[in-house]
Design a protein around this ligand. Sequence first.
Ligand code: ADP
Ligand code: MG
Length: 483
Amino acid sequence: MSTNNDWEAVIGLEVHVQLATKAKIFSGASTQYGAEPNRQACAVDLGFPGVLPVLNREVVTMAIRLGLGINAQIAPRSIFARKNYFYPDLPKGYQITQFELPIVQQGHLPIVMDDGRELSIGITRAHLEEDAGKSLHEAFHQMTGIDLNRAGVPLLEIVSEPELRSSAEAVAYLKTLHALVCYLEICDGNLQEGSFRCDANVSVRKKGDPKLGTRTETKNVNSFRFVERAIDYEIARQIQVLESGGKIIQETRLYDAEKNETRSMRSKENANDYRYFPDPDLLPLEVSPEWIAEVAKDLPELPWQKRQRFEKEYALSAYDANVLSSQKTLGHYFEETVKASQASAKLCANWVMGDLLAALNKNNLALDNSPISAKSLGELLTQIANETISGKIAKTVFELMWTSKTSAKEIIDREGLVQNNDTGALEKIIDSILSDNPKQLAEYREGKDRLFGYFVGEVMKQTRGKANPNQVNTILKEKLSAE
Ligand code: ADP
Ligand code: MG
């Protein structure tokens, strides 16, 4: 009997990134999300006869930024092609895309796993294309509405090599790519609005087999969590089919988040023949070295550069540095906290990634709308660092800061939360606790180490949490080991 351990998963991802331009790729119509249907579709987007597409220069600049970000080759000459198919949301009868000669070729995306393992994932290509319109099945009774606002919105399709080996690696790749396009400011990164969409190609093979297995392509996965689940489902399904003597058919599948399963949509046999050919309305796209150099000049610090800098400069773990560099604003908030505080960078990282993110999540707030600024958080953490309050009391102060928007210092003074660092007073309290608990004391001395926590708890109870935890530990240890 073979087991799942005999199999290896192979995954390649195709990501559609909506480029954050004001106008569409071949017309001047607005790309703003959420307008009334068909208010933002002009004659070019509607595919009227006689109109001509005009390439939006900004779209090309953004593709170059991505290409430079992943250390790829920018094609000096690339071609727009027509991909022919019939669908109601595609009035022209073809989509303009890049086929044989895409603008970006052969790049790499460095990713890091939670355990610190670093990988470099090959990116085969990234090509420019226009989006199609949308069919609205629910708006009208027994009819389908067509909204062409999205027709002609610029997309960059980024295609990875089949080099990912697990759903975890796929998610790490997606998160890093998402961070990259946001850092580069070429995409708003909004997953709910479909600005970053992923198709997952999955196959399995016996470990050690040099040949790739037959793959399926799962569409319609619009969150990182769903990508992970869809891939895991698909891997398990394929192994089961093969183990029971069946065969995988190359097909497109759809992920159903409610049932957490993938379903067949169409197989390769009835796939379209798109009859690609160069679009005669558009000249070949030529990108000069000067253009590339100009774009290269204002490339920002990239997510993995920030991650590596955070590891070095602040001595953070790969995991912490990765989380903090996953969003530009988060990295900025962290650095501002460190700057404003006398606490260690590690303590700042823990609070930003822990308490702050949890509170934002719970209240469904974006970092920009945090009621506690980086400076205020930094001041709170200083109070821990200089032993004015304990980490535990700091959690109470944090909550009060969150709701009252008052500074840490004011709250600590007002509520009388200053930590008691008076050793003499603490020794007296500990002495009385030990003499009040002779049974526990005897048990502890007979080897019941767990009771140490009991004594700490008693001290904290009596001091209403204001004893200095380090002092409590030291004094308790001393007194407990004394005969
Ligand atoms: P197509 O153009 O038909 O979609 P491509 O060869 O361009 O096919 O591949 C699309 C995606 O599928 C790429 O991300 C690639 O890495 C991935 N892929 C190709 N073969 C396999 C395979 N056997 N298993 C998993 N992924 C694959
Ligand atoms: Mg494809």
